[in-house]
Design a protein around this ligand. Structure first.
Ligand code: ADP
Length: 256
């Protein structure tokens, strides 16, 4: 196995926490994001802590750019070991009123972006010949949809199907494909979801957040670090025999 881990959407939130976590496990870290400012800062933070890291500015919906990212990261940091398809977007709206352009963009980023990441990483893993790990961002919304999240949930159900199909196809090459399914994790994305949900439901943001909290068995929201821990496990030798799975990281909101 190589030593490089590529993490998309690594400028903030779960992706950022994953970058720090995988660096601690000894991977060279390629952080990729559409937001130049945040991702550049994350790479700098990692280097300041003595880790090998480089930032790449990329829109994951651009297939060629994703393939180029893999080439560049390997040239800069060494053989590829792990690809984390973490970049994603969300919007909250009713199924009837959801804007067609927003729906298309969401599918382009979440579903096609993950598709391109799998294609680019798997192509490279096959050529390298030492297996590899692909880890995709699903969501609690990939197993149990909430109201007002039709496009998001459809994309995340899709990511789970994509994960399973790719896992079956790629297993013979010792390439594992898994996904993680966060419940309510406090990130900038969650802030925007809460704000819009509260607006549509006519609640205050604290009321909306308090309602959500009652659904979490363990009594607190998740943190990006809680999710990064699961991603690190999927990337580790301990998870060598696990493929095609999703791991719920939701504090006991849902049992499958
Ligand atoms: P999460 O809850 O998954 O951490 P965030 O919104 O906090 O959600 O983080 C998602 C990250 O994905 C952000 O840094 C954002 O800039 C990044 N991102 C969103 N769209 C794209 C895209 N098309 N290409 C690359 N990165 C993206």
């Amino acid at each position: 196995m190589g030593k490089t881990a590529i993490i998309t959407g690594a400028g903030q939130g779960i992706g950022e926490a994953t970058a720090y976590r995988l660096a601690k496990d000894g991977f060279n870290i390629a952080v990729a994001d559409i937001n130049e400012q945040t991702v550049t800062q994350v790479a700098q933070n990692l280097r300041d802590q003595g880790f090998e890291a480089k930032a790449y500015i990329i829109d994951v919906s651009d297939r060629e750019a994703v393939f180029q990212l893999v080439e560049d990261a390997i040239n800069d940091l060494g053989e590829l070991a792990v690809f984390v398809n973490n970049a994603g977007v969300a919007f909250i709206d009713s199924v009837i009123d959801s804007d067609p352009d927003k729906i298309s963009r969401l599918f382009d980023v979440n579903l096609k972006g993950t598709y391109w990441g799998i294609q680019a990483a798997a192509t490279k893993f096959k050529a390298q010949g030492h297996g590899g790990r692909i880890i995709n961002a699903a969501s609690l919304a990939s197993v149990e949809a909430s109201a007002l999240q039709s496009a998001y949930s459809a994309s995340k159900f899709g990511i789970r199907g994509l994960t399973q199909s790719a896992a079956k196809e790629l297993a013979a090459d010792q390439i594992t494909v898994n996904s993680y399914s966060p419940g309510i994790v406090r990130t900038p994305l969650r802030d925007s979801i809460d704000a819009r949900t509260a607006e549509i439901k006519g609640l205050s943001v604290p009321e909306q957040q308090a309602n959500c909290l009652t659904e979490i068995g363990l009594g607190r929201e998740g943190t990006p670090a809680d999710v990064a821990e699961v991603i690190a496990w999927f990337a580790s030798p301990n998870a060598a025999y696990i493929t095609g799975q999703t791991m719920l990281v939701d504090g006991g909101m849902h049992f499958s």
